[in-house]
Design a protein around this ligand. Sequence first.
Ligand code: ATP
Length: 315
Amino acid sequence: MPQPPSGEPAVVIADLVMRYGDTVAVDGLSLSVPGGVIAAVLGPNGAGKTTTLETCEGYRRPQSGRVRVLGLDPVADRRALLPRIGVMLQSGGAWSGVRAHEMLRHVAALHADPLPVDVLVERLGLRECGRTPYRRLSGGQQQRLGLAMSLVGRPELLFVDEPTAGLDPQARHTVWDLLRELRSGGVTVVLTTHFMDEAERLADQVYVVDHGRVVAAGTPAALTAASTVGPQQASLSFRARPGLDIASLEATLPSGFQVLEQPAGEYAVLGPVAPGTLARVTTWCSDHDVLPEGLQIGRRTLEDVFLELTGRDLR
Ligand code: ATP
């Protein structure tokens, strides 16, 4: 698939501001998505994700700031951009009485070189509901049809708004696999989600959005690794007989680590755990005839990152 010239990001947003009356939906949002990645715009309800995506798709004109998609202005260059992007809206996008396959064939016919409809129907589990009118499809089927419609034109860049909302776990994995395959084929995917596991497992780049601004950005690994390990955060934990000599265990660890027993028989090693830390803890256990049960290394999640940045959780 064609790609933007190397080095040119697929999407650039600079200081975007969007208001609905007195509501500031997007408040100086900036981000840059490299080509060929899956990028997740992650944030709670009302954070401004959909408005941002709709601006990239050319449905809304920036009230202030600048948006470029594949190097083009989504409003002024709409005719040149539309054949190159796929758009899956959060809901709707099809006539209520139209049958599922009919709708997909119609969209396919609008493109110069569409994907084979039957392949998409099979892949997205839409075979059974081909003759069902759109309004009678289940939420999950409407969702999958919307994704098929966004893909059928072989886009270089795909915008998907909450692609797995309302899907059962199996359908969710099918969608994730499909998006990964698209990335392997060179397609850039920009999705919104408020599922932190979706962002963590699927995305190469995550933009955490709150109140219309990007409050953190990076790879999931970098975002969750950025060390803000506080004194109360257990980095490694295990269960063993109560009353272990925790001062002796602490003495084997680099300075800055703390070992707690709380409640009795449950141990927490607090600090930035590295592979060597794990070796020291298990060696100490072995030397003291202790079998550490349920040994776990705690990892920060994007949910933790969001909580630290905003003081609220994502839902
Ligand atoms: P969600 O996860 O719930 O879809 P979101 O992050 O996509 O939320 P937006 O849909 O962009 O957020 O909405 C941002 C803010 O703008 C919210 O306060 C919302 O109520 C408001 N808003 C969105 N669309 C409109 C509209 N058409 N008219 C008035 N206010 C709107």
